[in-house]
Structure formats: C-alpha cells, structure tokens
Design a protein around this ligand. Structure first.
Ligand code: PLP
Length: 423
C-alpha cells in the first residue's frame, strides 16, 4: 500500500517511493535494508552535529523527564530564559531581546510583523512594505513567499494571492570583493530605497549567502553598505540567518564577517542542532523599546503555541555548548580548506563545459551548472556511491555536518566532481 505521507516539493505523478530512514549516527543515516548514506546536506543544513549525538539525545531525555511543554503566554521557564541569555551573548552586540517561534518561516514572519508594527508605533504607518533581494528565499508561509524571488523562486504561481513588496537586484560581487567592486550592488539598493523608502519598513536579506535561491555569495562590504543605507532611509535591517547562523559561513554568524548589527536577526536550523524545530527572532533595544507604551496597539500580537518549547530550548543550549567547547569554528575552517582544495581549485572542473562556476564559503560549496538537466540523475548516482546529495535546480552543493571527517568530506567532493568529470 502506498503511504499517505505527502512529500514536500514532490511531483506526485513521477515521484518514486522515498527510501525509509531507520536511524543515523554521526554524518550518516541508515536505510531499511542496511544501506548507509553519508549526508552531504545534513538534512536541509540543520543537523550540524550529525545524527544521534549522545549529548543532544541526553539533553532531550533529561528535559522530557522534567517538563516537555508549557505555554509561554504569561509563564516562563528556565530553559527559555537561559537560552535567551545565551543567544544575546553570542549574537552581534546590541541584539538584547529574543522572541521564540517554531520554524524558520515563522521566525521570519515574526521579524516582518515586528518591523511593520515598529514603524506604526513611531507614527509612520505608511512604512508597511518590505524590501527584499532577487534570489532570496525566506520560507514557504504566505508572508515569506511574498519576499522570495518572485521570478526564479518557486512561488510564482501564488503571485495573485501574495502581498506586493519591493525587490532590489541580487548582489553580484563575490565574497572577496573590494569596496569599489561592491559599489555597483549598493547603488542598485540605493536606487530602490530612494524611490520607495517612505513605504519600506525593513530590508530583509540572507547575509553573505543566499541559500535556497541559488547559493549566491557576496561580500561583507555589501552588509556594511546595506547597514548605512538602512540608517540613511529610516529602514530596519533584518538578517535572516536561518541558514547562515551557527557557523555555516565560517564565523558564528554571517553578520560577524562585517561587524554589523542588524535591527532584527532570525535564527533557526542549527539553533537546536536540528534536533527539534525552533526559531528565535532577536531585536535591538531600539526595536523592542518602541513596543513599550500605553495603547493596546503596543502589544506584539503573535504567540505560536510551541514558542519557547522547553525541549527545544534545552537541546539548543546543549548544541551551543558543544559548538563552543569543541572548537566548531576550527572544524569548519578545516572543512572549508578541503572544499577549496577539492572543488574550487580543481581546474578541470572549472573548465567543464556544463559548469558555470564553483564557489565556497565556510562549510558550503556549490558547483553551478548551466542547466538543471545537467544534474538529472545525480542523486541516484551519488546514492550508488553511498552519498546523499539533493541538488537545488542547477546547483549541486554540499553543506555537511561540521563533525564530518576530512576523508568523508573528500568522499562527498569526489562524488560531486565525479558527476562532471568521471562518468
Ligand atoms: C534563509 C532561510 N530562511 C528561512 C527558511 C525557512 O525555514 P523553515 O523551513 O524552518 O520554515 C529557510 C529554509 O531553508 C532558509 O534557508
């Protein structure tokens, strides 16, 4: 009998039976029948410590024994409080307030509502639209779909249903660009702000690495310039660090590369080491304090049932402790070196006629091909060699768990380049 499970992003007519995962250990998971697969994507980039990490499993078990859940409306608990303090400590200076929710998309919804209400409360109700970037991906809920790339993104069929916002071109200058090389991208951003700032509440961006929209990487100077432009035009700066947060770009947060504090920052995925769904939207005093006032309108009207779930907060605290105690930034730097040597520096790969570009940032690397058809069949081919790869469109990428050994990292890069060079 076919399963009633409806799978995400699947064409129901052509989809094949999904392999059944029965367990996992470190960077690999095991399928029914005994096949083990080395996960090149760490389950949509969240399982940063790999599977079945003993400390994370134990943290959940211990918390489950004490308190699995309680509402955060009018109540609080130790794990929520401790995690909020830890997040304020590790995130850029000035983000002092933490609003929890249950997924990256909802964390972004919270950020967007917060930005619009912030301007309302300051007597600027006209600032009720958002400015996003082409190639952006911020999630699949309605508010988030409306700020994803409206052309190349996956939600264009919903255009009539979604609120309309503004878009600036995606940045084109690479990570190591000079300030002069970033000037063109910032001029494009300025142009949209000049024309529409009266109605723009916030500029949203996935800092340095636009992930699901095509692994587009840019320079820290772009973040610095965006910060200045937001200040000039009275627009809040929102960093969606759902994918980039917790080490993915080589620093704890992408914002750290530029020493920039956004007004609002969203974390999820690696927040709990991937062990439970959760998100945190952090805000500066300036944003938070605008909500202090006498009118009914001053309350922030949002409160997901599972916000601040004790299991999620407890496992997030443990995840952060492991990250800091076990020098994860050192591990990420090691993986980054392997990715550079094996993929980016490979001249034959760069010269392959189907390859447009090979680039990397921290524990992320991508081979961009001209056309998605070049990657047809790559997942099966990788699986035959014991590696789980799942390309996005024409981008063949890896975002491994940080505990992946260098030998395993090379197994992944061998399969990625082998698809082009050794078939
Ligand atoms: C940058 C970014 N923002 C938001 C989201 C949405 O997160 P979630 O899938 O947890 O709703 C994602 C998911 O991939 C993401 O990459």
């Amino acid at each position: 009998m076919t399963s009633p499970v409806w799978h995400p992003y699947a064409h129901l007519k052509t989809q094949r039976q999904a392999p059944k995962v029965i367990g996992g250990e470190g960077p690999t998971f095991t399928l029914e029948g005994g096949e083990t697969l080395l996960d090149a994507t760490c389950s949509w980039w969240c399982m940063i410590h790999g599977y079945r990490h003993p400390r994370l499993v134990q943290a959940i078990q211990q918390q489950a024994d004490e308190l699995c859940h309680v509402m955060l409306g009018g109540l609080t608990h130790e794990p929520a409080d401790r995690l909020a303090r830890a997040l304020v400590r590790v995130t850029p200076e000035g983000l002092n307030h933490v609003f929890y929710s249950d997924s990256g998309s909802v964390g972004m919804e919270v950020a967007m509502k917060m930005a619009v209400q912030f301007h309302q409360l300051r007597g600027k109700p006209g600032k009720h639209r958002l400015l996003s970037l082409m190639k952006a991906y911020h999630g699949d809920t309605a508010g988030c779909m409306a700020v994803c790339d409206p052309e190349e993104g996956m939600h264009s069929l919903f255009a009539g249903y979604l609120p309309r916002h503004h878009f600036a071109p995606a940045p084109t200058a690479p990570f190591d660009a000079t300030p002069a090389e970033v000037a063109h991208d910032l001029a494009a951003l300025r142009e949209v702000l000049e024309a529409h700032h009266q109605e723009i509440a916030a500029l949203l961006m996935e800092p340095l690495l636009q992930a699901a929209g095509g692994l587009n990487m840019t320079s820290p100077h772009y973040l610095e310039g965006a910060r200045k432009l937001c200040d000039e035009f009275d627009v809040l700066l929102v960093f969606d660090e759902v994918a980039t947060g917790f080490g993915r770009t080589g620093r704890m947060f992408a914002a750290d590369h530029a020493d920039v504090t956004p007004d609002i920052m969203v974390l999820s995925k690696g927040l709990t080491g991937g062990y439970l769904g959760h998100a945190a939207t952090l805000a500066t005093d300036r944003v938070h304090d605008a909500f202090i006032g006498d009118s009914e309108m001053h309350a922030f009207m949002h409160g997901p049932t599972f916000m601040g779930n004790p299991l999620a907060c407890r496992v997030a605290l443990e995840s952060l402790a492991i990250f800091e105690e076990e020098d994860y930034l050192g591990k990420i730097a090691g993986l980054s070196r392997v990715l550079r040597e094996e993929l980016v520096d490979d001249e034959a790969l760069a010269a392959h006629p189907e390859v447009v570009d090979v680039r990397d940032l921290g524990a992320t690397a991508v081979i961009e091909s001209h056309d998605a058809t070049s990657l047809k069949g790559v997942a099966d081919w990788a699986r035959d060699q014991g590696v789980w790869l799942r390309p996005i469109g024409r981008w063949l990428y890896t975002m491994p768990a940080y505990i992946t050994s260098h030998d395993d990292m090379r197994r992944i890069t061998d399969v990625m380049k082998g698809w082009f060079l050794a078939r």
